[in-house]
Ligand binder design. Structure first.
Ligand SMILES: *Cc1c(COP(=O)(O)O)cnc(C)c1O
Length: 431
């Protein structure tokens, strides 16, 4: 079977059936939404000095559910993780001239949250096996201007949060966790998102649990929690009543979550554990099945941690294939297996950083007159992230509800078939 012709070259594909659609919205969410519609209160926020400054009953129940689930003192709901990340950077008091060290191998908001405050993102490289921030690379980039680290728990894997926390402590930096992709993952027995000073979860439609669009910041420090609440909802209108002049310069936005989103999100929180367990079961099955093929490295799991497999990322041993990663991906896709190449382009290579004149064309961020440093966004800056993206990583999202083991086995069959036919594939990619 494995020596039959590659589908890419006109052979029969391993799989013709599409993978089952991933839809976790059901009766629970429908009931939650109906009850909000019946109440007529689609958003509970008022930007004024009343209880409603903190949002409606559904938003507050959702925040309580996050506090209970993740054992955090405070949770603040936002209309996206992007706005929550921006609010965290602002709550940390970061502004023009400041540097924040972040990962280039992430979704763009892990860095644009810094630019939004007219501060400067500095990209450290990532670890070879986990794709998360490399603490050694972070340490080398600390300057007198560094104010914070944004650690990304990428694809469901915890970053090296213990070491990053220690670095942050030693240099008096804030540690912000971008935990959009790892809700429910643990680092040495603690939930990711709760190890840094602030942690951000996403509820956008692609994430493990979702309400269309939404984000949650969790935080133990009450002063940071207050700042997040003020930043979410035009805090400038109410700061006087707090009697704290350090809050007076704060500009709030409309980063509010609606009652509808909150109701859906709360129903989804109830499903998080079993949705994660489903992913972990299939991912572990796949890892076990791939153990035989040394030419495709399954994802590493950091010691004393749990991975929740937002995506299942493998690395290709190009030396054993003798064909570029992208050809392997094309061949697998032709076999009916949805795989993607590289995850996301390292952020320092985006035009925003390579050629951008941030903010209104005049160049704030790195070009701001308040900035005394000399940040670098050249190609080659983060060799590990660049190599992973360009040559090695391939990802798949098949390890999730409602797929089953047999669906995952098709990937293994396709990989074995393509590897057995690598000479034909080489001919194809060279010709
Ligand atoms: C999805 C995601 C975000 C942004 O989430 P939104 O809710 O869409 O704003 C930020 N960081 C990472 C790593 C993400 O995957």
């Amino acid at each position: 079977m494995s020596l039959t012709r590659l589908a890419l070259l006109g052979g029969e594909p391993v799989r013709r059936k599409p993978y089952p659609a991933h839809n976790t919205i059901g009766e629970e969410e429908r009931a939650a939404v109906t009850s909000v519609l019946d109440s007529g209160l689609l958003s509970g926020f008022v930007a004024g000095g009343s209880e409603e400054f903190l949002g409606g009953p559904e938003v507050r129940r959702l925040e309580a559910a996050y506090c209970a689930k993740f054992r955090a003192k405070h949770a603040v709901a936002f209309n996206s993780a992007t706005s929550a990340l921006h609010a965290c950077v602002a709550a940390a008091g970061i502004g023009p001239g400041d540097e924040v060290i972040t990962s280039p191998y992430s979704m763009s908001a892990s860095a644009t949250c810094v630019l939004m405050q007219n501060a400067v993102p500095v990209f450290a490289d990532v670890e070879e096996r986990t794709f998360c921030l490399d603490p050694d690379s972070v340490v080398k980039l600390i300057t007198p201007r560094t104010r914070a680290i944004v650690a990304v728990n990428l694809l469901g894997q915890p970053a090296e949060l213990g070491a990053l926390r220690e670095i942050a402590r030693r240099h008096a930096l804030r540690l912000i966790e971008d935990n959009a992709q790892a809700p429910g993952a643990t680092y040495r027995g603690r939930y990711t998102g709760t190890i840094g000073d602030m942690g951000v979860f996403s509820l956008n439609r692609h994430k493990t649990i979702q309400c269309g669009e939404g984000g949650i910041a969790v935080v133990d420090d009450s002063n940071l929690a207050l700042r997040l609440q003020l930043l979410r909802n035009h805090g400038e209108t109410v700061v006087e009543s707090h009697g704290d002049p350090t809050l007076y310069g704060m500009i709030g936005w409309n980063y509010r979550m609606t009652e509808l989103q909150a109701a859906v999100a709360r129903a989804q929180v109830q499903k998080l554990d079993w949705l994660n367990a489903w992913r972990v079961r299939l991912a572990e099955h796949l890892t076990k099945r791939l153990r035989g093929c040394e030419y495709l490295e399954p994802p590493a799991v950091r010691a004393e941690c749990s991975h929740v497999y937002y995506s299942y990322a493998m690395r290709i041993r190009s030396d054993l294939w003798g064909v570029p990663r992208d050809s392997v991906v094309k061949a697998l896709v032709a076999e009916g297996i949805p795989v993607g190449r590289g995850y996301a382009k390292p952020l320092h290579l985006l035009p925003l950083f390579r050629r951008g004149r941030h903010v209104g064309g005049r160049g704030c961020g790195p070009a701001c007159p308040a900035y005394q440093g000399n940040v670098d966004y050249r190609e080659g800056l983060c060799p590990v992230a660049e190599r992973l993206y360009r040559d090695e990583v391939l990802t798949t999202n098949i390890c999730r509800y409602p797929a089953v083991e047999a669906d995952v086995d098709d990937l293994v069959a396709a990989v074995e078939k393509v590897f057995a036919n690598r000479d034909a594939l080489r001919g194809w990619s060279e010709g």
